[in-house]
Design a protein around this ligand. Structure first.
Ligand code: GLU
Length: 308
């Protein structure tokens, strides 16, 4: 497969979609990003990386971090209670509600539907805080290691902006705490969550960092981060819950495990082949990058490499 040629063709296809949709503004610091941006990277399982457009420009990973915090909790749980512990506190079904919704939590006794809605991600961050003592710094080190980029950093302005406008996330955390589903104090859990969302990475960084998901749990150097069945589980939850309340539509159009973020990034995995990341800040009404979804749709059309 000539990845570079495919990427060029995908970028040309996606170009008319760039600037469509809205750049997220509910976290005011995200609004400063230009809507014109488009980049895409592919990292194959053997370590080769290809890119097009703004593929080396860092952006706010936001909810894409939820994939990596779940992976890190699973990796850190080896030898202790195992990953079963986290699945007692968070489910793995699509929620059918917006990512920051409170409505299901009361009826379901403070157990979030899945780890990729905000409530579920807060539980995962809480677990990571217990396991590591410093969830956000552990995430930063993990992402530096997996991406091979030692310069990855938090974006303080984004973290501060999110904290300032974080009443909804604080409400979710307090509500879960009232059901006994947090192990750490609410202020510390939401602070680490905001920091982890603020990390800036490029398409290149994210495609490389997510390589273990395409290598059935193996890192680039052949060492094992996750068991193959754990990587399968993360990919499965990405497919069913990773693109907000549009995961069904995304599976229909693209047919790959994927996780999107309100920064406009989407990572997608083709198990046994490669990990992709695409970025363009304009979001559709559900919160997924318009040009990013069009690009991934075209990528699987051209290659025939959806998981189906
Ligand atoms: N930090 C964002 C929030 O909690 C993440 C949103 C997202 O990318 O889905 O609102």
């Amino acid at each position: 497969m000539d990845y570079q040629a495919v990427l060029e063709e995908v970028a040309a296809h996606a170009r008319p979609f760039v600037r469509q949709g809205q750049v997220a503004d509910y976290i005011p610091a995200l609004e400063r990003v230009s809507a014109d941006r488009f980049g895409m990277a592919v990292a194959d399982i053997h370590g080769a990386v290809y890119g097009v457009g703004d593929w080396e420009v860092p952006f706010s990973v936001q909810s894409i971090s939820k994939t990596f915090s779940l992976a890190l909790v699973m990796a850190q749980s080896h030898g202790s209670q195992g990953d079963g512990d986290i699945w007692k506190r968070v489910g793995r079904e699509p929620s059918g509600t917006p990512f920051n919704s409170l409505v299901q939590l009361e009826a379901e006794n403070g157990i979030p539907r899945n780890p990729f809605i905000n409530a579920g991600a807060l539980v995962v961050t809480d677990r990571l805080q217990t396991l590591t003592g410093d969830a956000s710094t552990s995430m930063l080190h993990f992402l530096r290691e997996e991406s091979g980029n030692p310069h990855l950093a938090f974006d303080q302005a984004v973290a501060d902006s999110e904290a300032e406008h974080g009443d909804r996330n604080a409400a979710l955390a307090h509500f879960m705490a009232s059901f006994g589903n947090l192990e750490n104090p609410v202020p510390s859990v939401i602070e680490h969550y905001f920091w982890q969302c603020s990390i800036e990475m490029s398409c290149r960084d994210l495609a490389v960092a997510g390589g273990f998901l395409a290598r059935h749990g193996l890192r680039a150097d052949g060492s094992r981060l996750l068991e193959a069945r754990e990587a399968k589980r993360i990919n499965a939850v990405m497919l069913t819950c990773g693109t907000y309340d549009a995961a069904g539509e995304f599976a229909y159009r693209v047919g790959l495990p994927a996780k999107s973020g309100v920064g406009g990034g989407i990572i997608a995995v083709i198990p046994g082949r490669c990990t992709l990341c695409v970025w363009s800040p304009g979001l559709d009404a559900r919160g997924n990058s318009v040009a990013g979804a069009a690009a991934l749709d075209h990528f699987t059309t051209l290659t025939g490499w959806s998981v189906f």
